[in-house]
Design a protein around this ligand. Sequence first.
Ligand code: FES
Ligand SMILES: [Fe+2]
Length: 448
Amino acid sequence: MDVADLVDTSTGRQSRSIYSSEPIYRQELERVFGRCWLFLAHTSQIPQPNDFFRTYMGEDDVIVIRQKDGSVKAFLNTCTHRGNRICRADRGNARSFTCNYHGWSFAPDGALAGVPLENEAYFGELDRSKFGLVPVAQVAEYKGLIFGNFDPAAPSLEDYLGDAKFYLDVWLDALPGGTSLVGETQKMVLNTNWKLPVENVCGDGYHLGWAHAGAMMAVQSMDLSGLSVGNSSANLEGGLSVAGLNGHMALTFLDGVSGYAFYPDPKPMLDYLEANRPTAIERLGKTRGEQLWGSQINITIFPNLQFLPGLNWFRVYHPKGPGQIEQWTWAMVENDMPEEIKATILDNQCLTFGLAGLFDNDDGDNLAACTEQSRGWRTSQMDVYTNMALGRSGAREGFPGDIAAGLVSEHNQRYFYRRWQEHMQASSWSDVPAYNLNSLASREAVDA
Ligand code: FES
Ligand SMILES: [Fe+2]
């Protein structure tokens, strides 16, 4: 397998084998999920000492635990004796984790705290210090989002996020009260390769007016059919596709209100925005406070975290082999919001993007079929293209990143596959380029 042949960002080509091949998938677990900063939990999910939250890094099951001193650690959810799972609950508060098989127990700091028959069976010769839980090499937080990284040589989380923080902060730092995820984890198994939902949300404005036409009409009589035939210049030019932030992306309107246009009764949300806009402008500056806060924004943190201020859903995709994912979704709120608005957001998130969400149902079958149609002997030898608007990106005053005007483009998807390829080709972080995407040279490399 030559990774150089799988993706060609100069023409927007991807080999379909990247959605179905088992060897490529195993390499992704090592070079993408084994190396990148992966979202673990929001601080609102583990506020107290000994609170824990169980999640995945790639296919590795991990427990994220708030420590007595307020810091956060994460460990592989596997017993160091014979390998059993030590925690079956999704979340909770625990003073210890005791293995079901032979009863070894572990403290929240990962130390092996108890071994049945330690003296009688091991004759007191077991060195407990060598059998603590295996920690995730790096755990760090950015404004409420806790990430983990298996690679001790990875750059800091701050450096990894880089210029994407400009867009992240539109939700994370607009108001002084901070943010939370609300509701239980909404888990859905989908028979799709993990990259397809990421590229769908990171940049595919093309499908909105077509695949979601019915859902848009149902939710609030919104007709975006112009997007799909390209005759609605206002919609095309009223947004930006922003990519190249070291693999992270934003797809955003610029009107400061469109995120709340998807609510059946937008008035309370719009009142909230206007009441708090002066604070948002003070904290974020005029450009972000006026044009981005309140807008519909799709934010992607490479490789598998996406969230949408506005529609207010927050999601991580856990790969389960080349053809399957577990998709985990929550509703996201600002803590300064009145309780009624938080409740409305949770309701609306379930209505649109959730287990029975109208939009998720539109997307699910399309993504599953794109995966299935890339699995055959013949189809796996074919290519697909994200070649829309090649060469039509550039810098834009006040916004970091390489930017294509308009929501309908495949600009962001090309950057996603470019970053994927860079990781897949690199044997370690020292071979992964960190580039300044505001330079013309790097734009030419992608969109020449
Ligand atoms: S496998 Fe956990 S105690 Fe034996
Ligand atoms: Fe969609």
